[in-house]
Design a protein around this ligand. Structure first.
Ligand code: FES
Ligand code: CO
Length: 343
């Protein structure tokens, strides 16, 4: 499966930027092969549209923002958050703005300080992550970057606890811990939940500092939600009570690239562990996955017969089932809402 072959992927929300980055001007993003401009609406929200001026096809993302309107750099036409032109500098006074001077808007909202976009009317909502409304947790911004890997590959990796022993030998894995109990999998209305215990080797000082454990070895109790199709919310609990919640937003750029927008919530403080250390450790872990995944085949196998599976692979078998169903228009998730609108 190549992601652009599944039109229904256009009906989900994807996190594609940190809202604070819109303060510097409009941003260019590509989602499922569609070039999109996002800009601040001047009111704490964001707006998004196809990155194409209806006048002479300039990119709007290389323009600027004035009073919540994106201003085209070519002839200065301005467009409001609803996509309609609000000002055409060359127009004779008294003449109306042509109705066709309108951008092709896409769905856009801001939540958790993150900009979310859907190309077609979204079937689901923005995932609920109550920790971000809990004053006992702090927000830690992590990454916004493009990888040369297909989006399903990073999801697959995120529901594959067996890779830790090998891919993450530089941070918290060791081949000695290769044999693990198979994860517990439960399908949910939004996707699935995987629960698994992961033994953590503290190879690095920064690992000890960020998980607050002095011993060489500790254990993570993990619960990972897949919010279909490509978002993971992973809750990590350490024996000392530390919780590290990771939201891994994976937006398919095109068939061969993904945008990773990742942020964390933690129930400790900046004085306990500086955010820079939290980011540095998760960066080291993430680079180990990136190195491997950028060399994987972008054509993701949906049929189980295309791969070999063992018992520990339950998570990635379950992920494939969801993608098969979305691609076939039979996914029962979201109370069947996608089924009703299936293309
Ligand atoms: Fe955008 Fe002319 S191309 S204003
Ligand atoms: Co990994």
């Amino acid at each position: 499966m190549y992601v652009t072959e599944v039109p229904d992927f256009r009906k989900f929300w994807y996190p594609i930027a940190f809202a604070e980055d819109l303060n510097a001007g409009p941003l260019a993003r590509t989602l499922l092969g569609v070039d999109v401009v996002i800009w601040s609406d001047g009111d704490g929200g964001a707006a998004a549209a196809h990155d194409l001026c209806p006048h002479r096809s300039s990119k709007l993302s290389i323009g600027h923002v004035e009073d919540g309107c994106v201003v085209c750099p070519y002839h200065g036409w301005q467009f409001g958050a609803d996509g309609k032109a609000t000002h055409i500098p060359q127009l004779d006074p008294g003449l109306p703005i042509p109705p066709k001077a309108t951008l092709r808007s896409v769905f856009c909202t801001v939540r958790y300080g993150v900009v979310w976009v859907a190309l077609d009317e979204p079937v689901g909502g923005i995932p609920e992550v109550p920790e971000f409304d809990d004053p006992g947790f702090r927000f830690v911004r992590q990454f916004d970057e493009v990888w040369a890997a297909a989006a399903p590959r990073l999801v697959d990796n995120s529901f594959d606890p067996a890779h830790v022993a090998y891919v993450h030998q530089g941070t918290f894995g060791t081949p000695e811990n290769a044999r693990i109990e198979p994860p517990d999998i439960e399908f949910t209305d939004e996707g699935l939940v995987m629960r698994v215990l992961v033994t953590v080797e503290n190879h690095l000082d920064i690992a000890r500092r960020t998980n607050g454990v002095d011993e060489q070895q500790t254990v993570r109790t993990t619960e990972s939600r897949l919010v279909a199709p490509f978002l993971r919310v992973m809750s990590i609990t350490y024996p000392n009570g530390l919780r590290h919640l990771l939201v891994t937003g994976i937006a398919p750029v095109d068939d061969r690239h993904l945008r990773l927008v990742q942020w964390a919530a933690r129930n400790d403080t900046e004085a306990d562990v500086p955010a820079a250390d939290v980011v540095a450790f998760d960066r080291a872990v993430t680079l180990e996955d990136k190195w491997l995944l950028e060399m994987t085949n972008p054509d993701y196998e949906l049929e189980l017969a295309q791969n070999v599976h063992i018992k520990v692979d339950r998570g990635t078998i379950a992920v494939r089932k969801i993608y098969r169903e979305i691609a076939a228009g039979t996914w029962p998730g979201l109370g069947g809402r996608l089924l009703e609108t299936a293309s």
